[in-house]
Design a protein around this ligand. Structure first.
Ligand code: B1M
Length: 222
């Protein structure tokens, strides 16, 4: 079974969704994340182990390669697709409580901002690394983050902004979150954001890339 788990990690790393998928060319005709996850479950491997020893190592490798500019957005999207295909088989076990995710991450692009490509990459990477992700979408107001926090106490919040005009909304949202739910961790990112800005608005972490968010969560939660 270890060999199959390694094969699954490889499918995630290289974005091999299923046997029919022609991508990546070097894995053409081989089983993908879809078939291998099914084989693992049929062989009695627990969903938790598939997540921890199959999906997570694969997603971590992609995250690091993306940070180092060794792969680009399309490859990350293929990996995320392979990961979500595998997750379709695993979701019932997480829903029933038989398997557990590491924690909950609420993410959204802040009020006034419609850019979601970077935020989606963050959400996919965090989910693939073993967290439950609640994606609030784009143009998210402080009220929506607070509602989500009420329903998911203890969750970490991620704010994304791509515009200099909307990054300022991160300050108010962070303040509202900290006032209503003291102790909540807020991590921020997006092209115009940096460490100084993060410090200025009282957020807990700035990460320039999705892997940094995963590392922050792993350090604080896992
Ligand atoms: Co817009 N746009 N856009 N745009 N757009 C930018 C951001 C801009 C830099 C283009 C430019 O002028 N050169 C500029 C912003 C200027 C500024 O504020 N300094 C700009 C502008 C001005 C606008 C409009 C105002 C244009 C107009 O209408 N006059 C308008 C605003 C609409 C609105 O939001 N209210 C607008 C609209 C759009 C589209 C809708 C057409 C489209 C968005 C489609 C979509 O997202 N679904 C769009 C796009 C595509 C871009 C560019 C070309 C690409 C952005 C992108 O997706 N990059 C962008 C110029 C550019 O970057 N070359 C531009 C790829 C993505 C993977 O990177 O989002 O940076 P990025 O995410 C990275 C990191 O930033 C980080 O991780 C990701 C992966 O590494 N990251 C996080 C992101 N969020 C994170 C959160 C984290 C951690 C890391 O923790 C929580």
């Amino acid at each position: 079974m270890n060999e199959l788990l390694n094969q699954l990690a490889e499918c995630i790393e290289f974005g091999k969704i299923n046997k029919a998928s022609p991508f990546p060319p070097q894995m053409k005709g081989q089983d993908g994340a879809d078939e291998i996850t099914r084989q693992l479950l049929d062989g009695g491997v627990k969903a938790q182990e598939i997540l921890t020893n199959g999906l997570m190592p694969g997603m971590e490798k992609v995250g690091v390669k993306f940070r180092e500019n060794k792969v680009f957005v399309p490859q990350v999207l293929m990996s995320a697709k392979a990961m979500s295909t595998s997750m379709i088989h695993l979701k019932p076990f997480f829903a029933s409580g038989e398997a557990k995710q590491k924690g909950t991450f609420i993410v959204g692009t802040v009020l006034g901002d419609l850019h979601d490509i970077g935020k989606n990459l963050v959400a996919m990477m965090v989910e693939g690394n073993g967290y439950k992700v609640i994606d609030l979408g784009t143009d998210v107001s402080a009220e929506k983050y607070l509602e989500a926090l009420k329903e998911n106490p203890g969750a970490v919040v991620g704010l994304s902004a791509l515009l200099t005009t909307t990054m300022v909304n991160m300050g108010k949202i962070t303040q509202d979150i900290k006032a209503a739910f003291p102790g909540t961790l807020v991590t921020v990112g997006g092209a115009p954001v940096n460490d100084d800005f993060c410090l200025k608005i009282g957020a807990d972490n700035y990460s320039p890339d999705p892997q940094g968010v995963v590392e922050f969560l792993n350090a604080k939660i896992a």
